[in-house]
Design a binder for this molecule. Structure first.
Ligand code: XMP
Length: 513
């Protein structure tokens, strides 16, 4: 059984980051609800527990509380922020209601150099605070390990029981040495090894997939995106020809997409690939449609029909594989003030009809996106696929405003290819969330040589984002923008004007639709 650290989620915005930081220490971590019974926790045999932060006050009548028996399991516990206050409160310490939130950078002074959490760290550290209540007296058995300008008890510990509490957030980047603190907890205190690597994951999950699938067949809808591509490579490693991938060309793909997918998966990996060219059907149904919601509906419905027909042609299969990731699986804690609870995956188009009689297999469901990328590289997928930016399911249809016609698709493909090429050549492509071209249904007057033109406008969008929920526009250098504009107007017939989108999300969205 893989060693693991369990993170009890009290509704913090940063819970997933804690889980990722632990995994970056090569230790597996999972997020569970704050009130998971201690018996169930014990059954998972964790090497340590982390109590996350959260928006509540320990004094609130609605404060989320853990099963108190977790403190009797004999397992090391690290409380972060609300988690630390909770631990202090439940074990007999004193937490004072804060008059105002302490928020932002602070300096931590380690007062006991022998504290295991601060091993190999300097006595003074920059840390990030974000809390309302304040710890004023630690419970019996605890003492202060570090102080800050604001509190004598910025870090507390009971070394005998291996309980630790931090008032600040070690998981965020604004606590530059937070990784070392987390590493000290998981390795130094909990005694975890460094087993969680993608190489190890491949061995484990290949075994697991083989066991689960047996001699049955598996179908996977391959989109060419990172998740389905990595899922395909992993499944193929486990079950070879028992896997059939279905790739649907909806006529709304980028320039070389169908070729790249066929080259990589068909020729290089020798994965059984069923290529369904339904582009004519999609474009026929989109003819004359302008409303963005209608476009999406038509594309979604047509995809399901095409995919369903394709699975019939692929022959009997028991399993349908999906590239679901861990963030889609984690149940967000419905605590007032928890922004994560409000975020819905509004673009989850993976909804295949319930009447498809498959068993689901989701080989990436415990991985974060950055781990999926590492896994892809480890499986030998090329950078071009593993590091690619997100591309929406409805494809170019959300980037062609107004009617989607074959001619407009062709124009946008040509402009988009230039954007991708120049972004890659300048190194910007891999640094940001997304960069692409949008075709606007506006014509304006221009001049080319001696001739007057009346052509379309292309907008360039480049955004920085963590998860697509909010985004900032990227300040691309002028010379790059200049090159993009010059190449697009020179090389793409039908475009005489290029604009750069300087809106963030909110209030704009990333795609224009
Ligand atoms: P918006 O435009 O809502 O996009 O700001 C947020 C992120 O989601 C992507 N996106 C989609 N992804 N199917 C997808 O798989 C869709 O229908 C879809 N629409 C938008 C978008 O590219 C951005 O990364």
């Amino acid at each position: 059984m893989t060693e693991q650290i369990l993170i009890l989620d009290f509704g913090a915005q940063y819970t997933q980051i804690i889980a990722r930081r632990v995994r970056e220490c090569k230790v597996y971590s999972t997020i569970v609800r704050f009130d998971l019974p201690a018996e169930e926790i014990a059954a998972l045999k964790p090497k340590g527990l982390i109590l996350s932060g959260g928006p509540a006050s320990v004094y609130s009548p609605k404060a989320p509380l853990p099963d108190r028996a977790i403190f009797d399991l004999g397992v090391p516990i690290l409380g972060i922020c609300y988690g630390a206050q909770l631990m202090a409160h439940l074990l007999g310490g004193k937490v004072a209601r804060g008059a105002k939130r302490e928020f932002g950078k602070g300096t931590l002074l380690v007062i006991d150099a022998s504290s295991p959490l601060f091993a190999n760290l300097p006595d003074s550290l920059q840390v990030w605070n974000s809390h309302g209540d304040k710890l004023v007296a630690p419970p019996d058995g605890f003492k202060a390990a570090a102080t800050s300008d604001n509190t004598e008890f910025a870090a507390i510990e009971d070394r005998d029981r291996k309980f630790f509490g931090l008032q600040f957030h070690p998981e965020v980047v604004h606590t530059p040495q937070g990784r070392e603190i987390i590493s000290n907890f998981v390795h130094g205190v909990c005694g975890c090894g460094k087993d969680w690597t993608m190489r190890h994951y491949i061995d484990q999950s290949v075994e697991g997939i083989k066991r689960e699938v047996g001699r049955e067949r598996v179908i996977l809808g391959l989109s060419g995106g990172v998740d389905s591509s990595v899922a395909a490579a992993l499944l193929h490693k486990a079950i070879g020809d028992q896997l059939t991938c279905i790739f649907v060309n909806n006529g709304l793909l980028r320039g070389r997409e169908p070729q790249v997918v066929r080259e990589v998966f068909g020729r290089h990996f020798r994965i059984k690939l069923q290529y369904e060219d339904a582009s004519a059907l999609f474009l026929r149904r989109l003819k004359g449609v302008i409303d963005p919601e209608r476009k999406r509906k038509i594309i979604g419905k047509t995809f399901i029909q095409v995919f369903q027909a394709a699975t019939k042609r692929a022959g009997a299969a028991k399993f349908l594989a999906q590239g679901t990731l861990y963030p889609d699986v984690i149940e967000s804690v419905p605590i007032a003030g928890n922004p994560a609870a409000l975020i819905k995956s509004h673009h989850n188009v993976g909804g295949l009809p319930k009447n498809m009689k498959f068993k689901l297999i989701e080989p990436l469901r415990c991985l974060f996106k950055d781990e999926v990328r590492l896994l892809g590289l480890e499986l030998g997928l090329p950078n071009e696929i593993v590091m690619r930016q997100p591309f929406p399911g409805p494809g170019l249809a959300v980037r062609i405003l107004g009617e989607v016609t074959p001619k407009r698709c062709e124009i946008l493909r040509a402009a988009d290819a230039i954007v991708v090429e120049e972004m890659k050549a300048s190194g910007w492509y891999y640094r940001i969330w997304q960069s692409f071209a949008v075709l606007l249904p506006v014509r304006s007057v221009g001049v080319m040589g001696d001739e007057r033109t009346y052509d379309f406008t292309v907008a360039i969008r480049a955004v920085e984002s963590q998860d697509g929920m909010t985004a900032d526009w990227v300040k691309l250098p002028y010379d790059l923008l200049e090159r993009l504009s010059r190449r697009i107007t020179n090389e793409v017939k039908g475009v005489n004007r290029v604009c750069f989108d300087i809106s963030s999300k909110p209030p704009a969205t990333i795609e224009w639709e």
